[in-house]
Ligand binder design. Sequence first.
Ligand code: SF4
Length: 238
Amino acid sequence: MSGRPARPAVLLTAAEAVAAIGCDLRMYGAQLEEFCSLTEVLYGQAARPGRRGDVPGLELPPQPGAEEARFVAWNVAARWLGLAVRQRACEPEVLARLCALVFDQRAEALPGVPADAPCIRLETGMHDFACTRCGSCCLDLDYHSECTAEDVALWRRLGREDILAWVGEEPGPQGPRYLIWRRPGTPLYAERCPFLRRVPGDTAFVCTIHDVKPAICRSYPGLRKHALRTGCKGFPRG
Ligand code: SF4
């Protein structure tokens, strides 16, 4: 459930843009048109859908010095493309083109900024968004999310054991991962947000931890593509 007005654009560092692209590639499964367009930006020629035996995938044009086209199966294509973006997209102009393709919004490179400063301006496409409090984003948690170490630190500081009880903790490559929302004392995820309640006598829902909800909830939906892909109802019907 969205908690604040949507931003018309976001500024991203190169590392944030690469991470956001990788996240999009993994999140929505095989996106045929998008994957082929990305290979065109990365390699100068678009990949084609192909098949090796029973295995569907991407047929990549032969690289200079190689004779055969390369084949990447669908089930690993998202991860493979994410790595290719990480390795090849070092110029802000290239990253801006990739962002525009992946997020289906205007993106531009900002000239003359230091290497670790935001270098991409990406429009969000959220100008006509208004949360209807339909609760759809919190009622159907068929994806599994993580909250941040800052979220957990805040809840610990406030003594919010009621929230912490629903947070799982696992070791990760860069420190602990905090998994939400896990049924207290079990490794099982809740099907719906445990902190969502229906407004009495209304069809709308309310978040009962609104003031301290995790960053991932505060920033949802963020981008129009993410909103539409996850069934958000906050846009005018037309
Ligand atoms: S799905 Fe969209 S409109 Fe509905 S509560 Fe969530 S953010 Fe608001």
